[in-house]
Each structure stands twice: as C-alpha cells, then as structure tokens.
Design a protein around this ligand. Structure first.
Ligand SMILES: [Zn+2]
Length: 566
C-alpha cells in the first residue's frame, strides 16, 4: 500500500512531467546523441549492479544506467556511468536483480472490468457465481440491470457452463447479464429475455446468436445478439469520478505486473475522459495508447476536430481506430474456413467485405491508423484484401496496418502479412491460461494459432497482446506461455510455435513500441529513450521455462520514477 504522501508527490511530479513531455514533443531534441561526455550535466538517477537486458544490441553489455529527467542519459560500463554521478544523484542498487525495459501491452481493455457497477465472477464454482449475483442484485436498485463480468465458461469445477436456470434460481425478478471475460458472449436470465421480447422462436439477428438446446434458450447470447439488450431496461449509470478511479486502479495493477505501457483497444468517449482525468490527477500509472472504437461518438468527435493517430503526449496518445470483423477465440465464435472440432459451426462474421473496405478508406482519409479484429483465417483474408487494395496506390511509409489477434494463420496469409507490413497482435497468455478452450479447436488448428514462431520466422513484427479482460495481462505469464506453449495442466498446444525467452522478451518490448510507432521513445534501454524499466527478482532468460510466470516484479519505473515497489 502506498502512503498518501507518496501519492501526493507523484501527483505533482506527473503534472510537471506532463507539461515537460508536451514541450518535448513540440521541439524534440536529438536525444539519441546524448550520452557520457556530452557535457549536459549530471544524472538524477543511477542504476548499478544486476543483469541488464537492454534489448538493444548497441548496449548489450551494459553494467549500469544513468537517467536524467524522464529519459535515459547513458547506458554502459560502470566507470562511464559513475562519472555522471553528482551530489544529488539518486541510486538504485539492483544487485541480484534483472533490469529490463518496461513491458508493453499492445492490445488490452483496461476499463472493461468496471467494478463500480458490475461484480467480478472469476470464480471456480457455479454456486459461487450464484452467491455473487444474489449479492449484486441486493445492491442494485429494483428494475436495474444486475451486471457481472469475468465469467469463464470453461473453468468451473462442475465441468459445465452457467445457464439461464442457474441465474433464474437466484435472481428471478431483475434482468441479469453475466458477461464472459472474452467480451463476445454473455449469459442472461429469463427476465432479460422477456423485457427484450425474445422467445425461443425469435430468429437469430444478423451477426449474432441466441444459443438453444432442444429448441429452448440456454441463456447464452453471442456477438451482435448482445446489443439487443442495450436498448431495454434501465442500465446502471457511472459517474465521471468513478470512471477516473477505474482508470487509476487498473493502470496501477498493470504497473505492478511490470507493464509501463498499455493500449485500450476499443476505447469509448467515457474511457477517453477517464484516462485524461486520471492523468490530470497524477494517477495514471502506465502510458496508454487509446484506440477509439469505430462508429462511436469518440471516433466521430476526434475526426470532427481533426485529431488523428499519434496525437497526445507520451502518457496518453491516440492510436489506431479499432473495428471488429469476427467473433472470439476464447469464446469459440471466430470465423474459420474449417469448423470447430466435431461440429458444423464455422463461427461468426460481424463485418462484410464492403464494411471493412469502407472502414479502412475512412481511417486513411482521416489520418487514422487502423486495427481490425480478425481471429479466423477467413476474416484475416478479408482484412488483408482491404489493406492490399489501399496499399496499391500508397507512396508513403509503411502505415503499419494492424490485424488484431490474427489468431489462425496459414502460409499464404503469412506471406501477405509480411508483404503488406501489417502488424499481428496474437494473444500472448492464451496457450498457458485458456488450455481448456483449445480442445474445441483441436491439435491441428493449434499448430497455426497464436503463431509467434511463424510470425518471427517470416520477419513479421508480431506485437504483444493480452486482450485483457479476455486474457491475463501479466508479462511474466506471457513470456512463459509463448516459450512453453503449455497450459496450467501441462498440456502442450501447438509446440511448433514455441519461441525462445529472448524472442519473447523482444516481442513484449521492442515489437510493442514498433506497433504504436514509438520505437524512438521506448522498447529498449537506449540513451534518449523514456526511462521506463522494471526490476525482476530473477532472469527470465535463465529461469526454468515453467517458472517464468512466478518471477516476482520487484519494482516498476515510469519516467525514472517508481510507480510500483514490492
Ligand atoms: Zn480486444
């Protein structure tokens, strides 16, 4: 727990830094030329001892690092760094620890877990979910929706998913929506169906599904079928202060896991305001790349005011606009050319080729980068077609079009991803965390899913992505998942896609910076870059691969200041 005094100090500091980084962005000095002997003054902070993984070949034998202001001043031999020490220089003795660049998450949804209006049901028994729902219903004014999040259908000891009957048994008279942590499905109760006028005879909407068993509704609803409930009943409102606290709380948790940069990969207007408010209060604990969701008020407002990708400062920056063209990997709704194991279900498309093309054209016309969610091979092909069409007449630099998730690939798709310079963002903790779900895909498909090995071998800048809440965001779990491809029960999923710990480190740092066009500012411990770094209790490169996820984070530094200390 941090003291109020430290919080206060950090608030003032961050305000100062926010102002400073705005100025720096206007007249960016050539930071890359700074280093020992530049005569520009003493270091504010020196880090010595420990093992440095700078992730930069030019500083790979570093013994120490100096920081001035919020930037790395020098990295190198101990004698050269010590020469930069002055009377006011702070010191970190990292003896026995490993020093790495701050970790980056290129695709996450930090605000999806809104504990102010919804209860976290990430538990292992259906009876516990029922108890939590009953309690949440008691706290919710009569008539309002009772909401829950972080539901995971494959992790119950009962060995079955939650049903409408389970919810009806504890909350019969208020509408209930239990959102899956994947964000693409939910389970609702009978009251929810009745206020929406949906019966077992209601046809599925375009791009969505009401799941049925023996003709009866099971309560599970997927994709665009979830949207129907948005317009019925009374939804709990959240005030601005609560949203600000949510942004603060989640970025603080992420910093404690070693992240110094995250990405909101489907931002809405309230989210944008929440991050701005948290930053202004000095309580934003990681940098945030904000990807406005397409067809939303925040994207329309940004376009109307001429805002575009890249606008902002080093703490909060506008990223690519985000669209979703198919279903989910973890909830088994993504659109594939072959069906899920033992079914004739090929998954769900949520955009047509025409809609994808139009979204890309509009983004380009408004100077927005774009990232389109495409999990299945069918959808990835459609997104690549749209990118290839635009790139035919492109004479600028690589726009680094993003393919969000890009889960199931094949050699033809890999060739086209490389040729278009596109950035895939496959799930980095899924092989480890979601093992039970890969049964539905089968071993053969898993050889081509979350294909980190294939992307690296093809020379593609594969980006690090948790997709929290669907996936855990902890970078140490990510490293282990990509290195071992084993789930928590020791089952291997697509071992051919294993990468080395060093490669996994590069994905989570260097490639993360590249994905948001910020490689000049972060991703490596290099003079001139932002002083974002992490102290680890053990070296991931020398650890037992099956124990990487348990490596304790000792401290996380943002702009050279501790945002987390164990
Ligand atoms: Zn996502």
């Amino acid at each position: 727990m941090r003291s109020a005094a430290i919080d206060n100090k950090r608030r003032h500091l961050l305000k100062a830094l926010t102002a400073a980084s705005t100025v720096a962005a206007l007249s960016r000095p050539s930071w890359g030329q700074l280093g020992p002997g530049s005569g520009l003054g003493k270091a504010d902070l020196i880090v010595t001892g420990g093992t440095f993984h700078t992730m930069d070949v030019t500083t790979s034998n570093a013994e120490a690092m100096a920081v001035r202001g919020n930037r790395i001043l020098a990295v190198g031999a101990i004698a050269d760094i010590e020469a930069l020490a002055g009377p006011g220089t702070r010191r970190i003795d990292a003896r026995g620890l490993t020093v790495t660049p701050g970790f980056i998450d290129a695709h996450s949804h930090p605000l999806l877990a809104n504990e102010a209006i919804s209860v976290d049901v990430n538990v292992r028994q259906i009876s516990k979910v029922q108890a939590l729902l009953k309690e949440q219903a008691r706290r919710t004014p009569p008539g309002q929706w009772v909401l829950a999040h972080m539901y995971d259908d494959t992790k119950f000891e009962e060995g079955r998913p939650l049903t409408l009957q389970d919810i009806d048994a504890v909350v019969p008279s208020q509408p209930v929506m239990v959102r899956h942590r994947g964000g693409h499905t939910a389970v609702v109760n009978s009251k929810a169906f009745s206020i929406a006028g949906i019966t077992k005879d209601t046809p599925d909407p375009e791009g969505g599904r009401f799941f049925r068993e023996d003709g009866e509704l099971t309560g599970k609803v997927a994709e665009l079928a979830m949207d129907i409930f948005d317009d019925v009943g009374e939804w709990p409102a959240v005030d601005r202060e609560t949203n600000r606290k949510g942004a603060s709380l989640m970025t603080r948790r992420m910093a404690a896991a070693g992240l110094t940069s995250t990405t909101d990969a489907a931002g809405d207007l309230e989210g944008w305001i929440s991050y701005m408010d948290a930053l202004d209060a000095g309580e934003l604990y990681t940098r945030v790349a904000f990807m406005p969701r397409g067809n939303t008020p925040v994207y329309e407002a940004m376009k109307a005011t001429g805002m575009r990708s890249g606008f902002g400062n080093s703490m909060l920056r506008v990223g690519a606009v985000k669209y979703a063209a198919d279903g989910s990997a973890s909830e088994r709704t993504m659109r594939m050319s072959t069906p899920f194991e033992g079914t004739d279900d090929y998954g769900i498309l949520t955009m047509s080729q025409e809609q994808i093309d139009a979204a890309v054209d509009e983004a380009v016309a408004n100077d927005f980068r774009i990232g389109i969610h495409a999990n299945g091979d069918v959808t990835i092909d459609m997104v690549l077609k749209a990118y290839e069409r635009v790139l035919q007449n492109w004479d600028g630099a690589n726009p680094r079009f993003r393919i969000e998730h890009c889960s199931l690939v094949n050699p033809g798709l890999l060739t086209r991803i490389k040729a278009t310079g596109s950035i895939p963002t496959p799930f980095y903790t899924y092989a480890y965390y979601h093992g039970n779900k890969w049964v539905d895909y089968g071993p053969e498909k898993m050889r081509s899913m979350f294909a980190h090995r294939s992307f690296i071998d093809a020379g593609i800048m594969v980006a690090p992505a948790s997709d929290f809440t669907p996936g855990p965001y902890e970078p140490m779990m990510a490293l282990q998942s990509m290195v071992t491809r084993q789930d928590s029960q020791g089952r291997a999923w697509g071992e051919n896609q294993r990468i080395t710990a060093a490669e996994a480190m590069a994905v989570c740092t260097v490639n993360g910076a590249y994905a948001s066009f910020e490689e000049h500012d972060k991703g490596t411990l290099t003079p001139g870059k932002l002083a974002d770094f992490v102290l680890l209790a053990r070296d991931p490169l020398k650890s037992d691969p099956n124990a990487i996820k348990d490596i304790p984070i000792v401290a996380t530094y943002l702009d050279g200041q501790a945002v987390f200390e164990a």
